[in-house]
Design a protein around this ligand. Structure first.
Ligand code: AOF
Ligand code: ZN
Length: 377
């Protein structure tokens, strides 16, 4: 079967890019297919930072299949790079491979590339077509794109609630609202994130480890390649105890506080254990400046943040305009009127209501997974 349809081949490249969902950080997920005479002759995707890019894998794949790449069309979900990074420029590799046409999904938002890859290809006489299927190609890399464009990570808030919109009992008790299937889904959300952020309140109440635990039979994520995200605690006065499970291994943990509010001795104890403590200034509301903390994380290469926390910090992120997506798991339970709400928000009139847009709904076991986008963005 020969297929001469750009959308068809780009969809294949998107599928390939998705194979890097859990592994490419801080790099973007990118997929590439090489097509000649309507037939696929090579395919590849970026797997890991420091390793070959998607285009190089696809060219090597074609070579291994004894296919001649001269005159082929390359479909790439992201503009081929033009710079010498950890690896050589993909634009050069495509030129050398003799491709006649490059169809790209979106331009690379990385200022080092940003149109230069396309220019290089055109200068070499290659036909360049795109952008195509932009929304799907962007969806692969919401975090990478946000970090490159705005210097901030893409923040997803994950919440579990009853159908009466409660996330915890009055005492703070919150285990377990949703069923096992939803909890496994959260593990995959964690695995695709570069950092998990929580608040000191959740740490003191639940002592969570916040690690990724993927089952060896998982169909989507491979536990052998899944990496552990950075675990981050928002802790204004540095009240965390050195034994808190979330701090271990310390190489993957970090605590944000306000320098004036902490005790030096306590800081020393944590530092001796190898814990990284970062400082942020006080924000307008007198609390830790969440915007500053997120900027620091983006500077450290964090693309996607999963915020798993109580209603107060979740409300703080929302009010600071830092929430890009809300993922709510709704369980068929009623927790009653004294239980805690989703977000702590001091609103009084309907005018002040935070408007959300429903992005998707899916049933997971007995629970519903609802994804919303705040409309302030
Ligand atoms: C591509 N194809 O598969 C990827 C690209 O340090 P390096 O060499 O890995 O370069 C990383 C940058 O390259 C990254 O920030 C993004 O701009 C681009 N990623 N480009 O042509 C790929 N992963
Ligand atoms: Zn590249």
């Amino acid at each position: 079967m020969t297929i001469h349809n750009h959308e068809y081949w780009m969809a294949k490249a998107i599928q390939l890019a998705n194979k890097g969902l859990y592994t490419t950080h801080p790099n973007p997920r990118v997929g590439c297919v090489l097509v000649k005479d309507g037939q696929l002759i090579g395919q590849g995707f970026h797997l890991k930072y420091g390793e070959a890019h998607a285009e190089v894998h696809a060219i090597n794949d074609a070579k291994q299949n004894s296919q001649d790449t001269k005159g082929a069309t390359a479909y790439v979900t992201l503009e081929p790079c033009s710079h010498q990074g950890k690896t050589g420029p993909c634009a050069d590799a495509l030129i050398k491979a003799g491709v006649a046409c490059v169809v790209f999904g979106i331009q690379d938002p990385n200022p080092e590339v940003s149109g230069n890859g396309l220019k290089k290809l055109k200068k070499a006489g290659i036909e360049v077509i795109g952008p195509i299927q932009e929304a799907e190609c962007e969806a692969l890399n919401l975090g990478f794109i946000k970090r490159m464009r705005e210097g901030l990570p893409y923040v997803r808030v994950k919440l579990a609630m009853s159908i009466d919109g409660r996330t915890a009992m009055e005492s703070g008790e919150s285990q377990w609202i949703t069923g096992i299937e939803a909890r496994l889904d959260v593990q995959r959300l964690r695995a695709q994130s570069d950092a998990i952020v929580t608040g000191i309140g959740s740490v003191l109440t639940d002592n969570p480890s916040m690690t990724v635990r993927i089952d060896s039979n998982d169909q989507e994520a491979d536990p052998k390649t899944v990496r552990q995200p950075l675990r981050v605690v928002m802790d204004t006065a540095l009240s965390i105890v050195p034994e808190a499970k979330i701090l271990y291994p310390t190489s993957q943990a970090c605590v944000f506080s306000i320098e004036e509010e902490i005790e030096d001795e306590h800081l020393e104890v944590l530092k001796k254990k190898g814990v990284t403590v970062r400082f942020s200034p006080r924000g307008e509301d007198g609390r830790l400046d969440l915007l500053d903390a997120m900027e620091q994380l983006a500077d450290a290469g964090i693309n996607e943040v999963l915020l798993e926390t109580g209603s107060e910090l979740a409300g703080g992120f929302l009010q600071a305009g830092l929430v890009d997506e809300i993922v709510v798991y709704m369980a068929p339970k009623l927790l009653g009127s004294s239980a805690r709400p989703l977000f702590q928000l001091p609103l009084e009139t309907m005018d002040e209501a935070v408007e959300l847009e429903l992005k998707s709904v899916r049933q997971i076991g007995q629970d519903l997974r609802l994804v919303y986008l705040p409309t302030y963005l």
